[in-house]
Design a protein around this ligand. Structure first.
Ligand SMILES: NC(=O)c1ccc[n+]([C@@H]2O[C@H](COP(=O)([O-])OP(=O)(O)OC[C@H]3O[C@@H](n4cnc5c(N)ncnc54)[C@H](OP(=O)(O)O)[C@@H]3O)[C@@H](O)[C@H]2O)c1
Length: 274
């Protein structure tokens, strides 16, 4: 199917959303519940997940499981991976859509960053994403091969922070997101013929807890894309089987321009802004 093909109808199934306790993840949960998806909500703060689950059950009439987990811990990540391995013959509903959204955004000069924080950020932003996706894809591929449902796959929330040629002050965060983008687009190409849709989302700034510092610096409104648009645009792209989406007209244009500018110019501007 070409990128301009119309969006195929996708029957709501079950979605597992990581980082669903706040921000963009909670918005994915709300939007998917409105569309009739049953949900598995993952994050560390169980009380926030429970409150969201209760609200969605009541307002949307969908089933919601709460699966508190620290995706920085190998054991907890394995528990979530186990849930993702549920097949069509078991007691649990198989997961049609995995949304890899959980993340942390530590920044600062690399030479001053706490090495443990660097490891923790890579565990959550990168390693857990690979573990969870590796768990769910074989089940989805087998379900499709057995002639089962459409609308199976993965959305991964990466970032435009990985797109500039340099990202001083965000070296590890940006490089981790760049990794996710290349990895996701490559996996999308691998599983496309199996009928499984894999999409990576590259947001610019979004008003959430993660960008509190940036918001306090008083960036203009145009620098922010509402989380509702991130979720809407990424679900549309995923349903249309597009491997990559940059939500927000201002960031689509910025992303395209960035690719045209000479590297030395981007480096110079980035050094001055750091
Ligand atoms: N906001 C932006 O401008 C922006 C731009 C580009 C990309 N993104 C990406 O968007 C995603 C969502 O971020 P957000 O902006 O919505 O920020 P947020 O409101 O801070 O949400 C982060 C989510 O990740 C969860 N999380 C953090 N550490 C975790 C851990 N160890 N285990 C499990 N869950 C964990 C948090 O839940 P708990 O604390 O309850 O565990 C929370 O639900 C991230 O991947 C981020 O990199 C954000």
């Amino acid at each position: 199917m070409s990128q301009s093909s119309p969006t195929p109808p996708v029957r709501p199934g079950a979605a597992l959303v990581t980082g669903a306790s706040t921000g963009i993840g909670a918005e994915y949960a709300r939007r998917l519940a409105q569309r009739g998806y049953s949900l598995v909500l993952v994050a560390r703060r169980a009380e926030l997940l429970e409150a969201l689950a209760e609200d969605l059950r009541e307002r949307c009439g969908v089933d919601v499981e709460v699966l508190p987990a620290d995706l920085g811990s190998a054991e907890d990540t394995e528990r979530v991976a186990e849930r993702l391995r549920a097949g069509p013959d078991g007691a649990l509903e198989p997961v049609d859509l995995l949304v890899n959204n959980a993340g942390r955004g530590d920044g600062g000069p690399f030479a001053e960053q706490d090495p443990d924080d660097v490891d923790a950020m890579l565990d959550i932003n990168v390693r857990s994403v690979l573990r969870l996706t590796r768990a769910v894809l074989p089940v989805q591929i087998a379900r499709r091969a057995a002639g089962a449902v459409t609308g199976l796959g993965v959305i991964t929330v990466s970032s435009l922070a990985g797109e500039p040629v340099v990202n001083p002050g965000g070296s590890v965060y940006g490089a981790g997101k760049k990794f996710l983008t290349l990895w996701s687009e490559s996996v999308a190409a691998e599983v496309r013929s199996a009928g499984v849709s894999v999409t990576v989302v590259l947001p610019g700034f979004v008003r959430t807890d993660m960008t509190r510092g940036v918001q306090e610096r008083g960036l203009p409104d145009v620098a922010f894309v509402p989380k509702e648009h991130i979720v809407r645009d990424s679900l549309l792209a995923w349903m249309a089987r597009r491997p990559r989406v940059v939500p927000g007209a201002q960031y689509k244009t910025g992303d395209a321009l960035l690719k045209l500018l000479p590297r030395w110019l981007v480096r110079t501007v980035a050094r001055r802004m750091a």
